[in-house]
Each structure stands twice: as C-alpha cells, then as structure tokens.
Design a protein around this ligand. Structure first.
Ligand code: IMP
Length: 179
C-alpha cells in the first residue's frame, strides 16, 4: 500500500483490505446470530456505505432484504456542516420490520440520529445500527451504535466507500490523513 497525495494532503495506509474483510465477515456472523429468527432489512446510507453493505450482506448467511437511503453529504469539506437533508427515501415498507442501518462511518452522529428518528416514525419492529468505522472522540449527538467494526481517531479517512470530494471510494483499503 502506497501513500496517496491529494494536493498538499498526504493519506497513509491505515486498514488493509485483509483486515477489513476479516472484520466485516465477523460482523455479518454476529448479526446473523442476533437476527437469525427474522428477515432483517439492511438499510445502507448512500453513497459511502455501498461497499461495506455489499460485503456485509455477501457474508450474511441468512435471509435478508436491502434498501438504501441517501442523505446530503459533506460535499467538498472534511468537516460536518451540522445539517442533513434527505435526498432519497426508502422504497420498501418498514412497518413491523427489523431494520439494520448500515453506515460507513459515524463521526458526529448527526446522520444516524436523523435516520433513526426518521425511521421510527414508520413504526418498525426494531432499529439497530452497524457502522464499519466510529470516531468516538468526534461524537456530538446521543446515539447508540450497536455494532462497530473499528474505533478510529478523529482523522479524515478515505477508501472502501469513503470519499474525499467524491473520489477514492474505489480503493480496497482505508487511508488516513497524516497531517
Ligand atoms: P456524521 O453525520 O457527522 O456522523 O457523519 C457521517 C457521514 O460523514 C459519513 O456517512 C460520511 O459520509 C461522512 N464522513 C465522516 N467522516 C468521514 C471521513 O473521515 N471520511 C469520509 N467521509 C466521512
């Protein structure tokens, strides 16, 4: 894994493909252990979660359904604007269903708080959250994250679905801003 230069920013290797794949497989089995008597609906938050969502459901050994929602993103910024807008609604009915919200990364917790509140209005049977990455020191909102892949420092990361100005989502590993 080589470092990546983006203008004056240097991104260094942080989590390898192998490390990520091993942890995603563990999370899928842990979820199946907890949901095996139901058919949960995995709800991915676009765009960032699409890679994690794909690997997570491929490793999930039981019946499940999937859907996606899209929230407004950070755009070209590396910090949250503090505002969220809904850009794509769900297509499926979630009343009485067991929902698993799938996030790539939880930073301030604003997106997850928004999603949970939005979904609870439609009376699902349960709502839980799985995130690949959590920045515990950045949390500003009172959200419960039920399944966590990795806790990481409050530094900007790219790759495995995560972007910087919409690029680098296609990297198989995760890189961290070094400065
Ligand atoms: P939150 O609403 O502040 O928790 O931020 C969640 C969203 O911000 C994620 O779904 C990402 O789209 C984006 N985000 C937060 N931190 C990073 C990062 O380090 N790299 C890329 N995107 C990030």
């Amino acid at each position: 894994m080589e470092k990546i230069l983006v203008g004056e920013d240097v991104f260094v290797p942080y989590l390898t493909e192998k490390t990520i794949q091993k942890r995603v497989a563990e999370l899928a089995l842990q979820l199946h252990h907890d949901y095996k008597d139901t058919t949960p609906v995995f709800i991915g938050i676009l765009n960032g979660s699409f890679v994690f969502m794909s690997d997570l459901v491929k490793n999930y050994p039981g019946d499940c359904e999937i859907d996606f929602m899209k929230l407004s993103s950070y755009g070209e910024e590396k910090i949250s604007s503090g505002q969220v807008r809904l850009l794509k609604e769900l297509n499926c009915k979630i009343e009485d269903r067991h929902l698993i919200i799938v996030e790539d990364i939880v930073d301030t917790g604003l997106s997850i708080q928004f999603m949970e509140n939005f979904m609870k209005l439609q009376k699902p049977a349960s709502v839980k959250v799985v995130t690949l990455l959590l920045k515990p020191d950045s949390l500003k909102y009172n959200v419960k994250i039920d399944y966590i892949g990795f806790e990481i420092p409050s530094k900007f990361v790219i790759g495995y679905g995560l972007d910087y100005a919409q690029k680098y989502r296609n990297l198989k590993s995760i890189y961290c801003l070094s400065n």
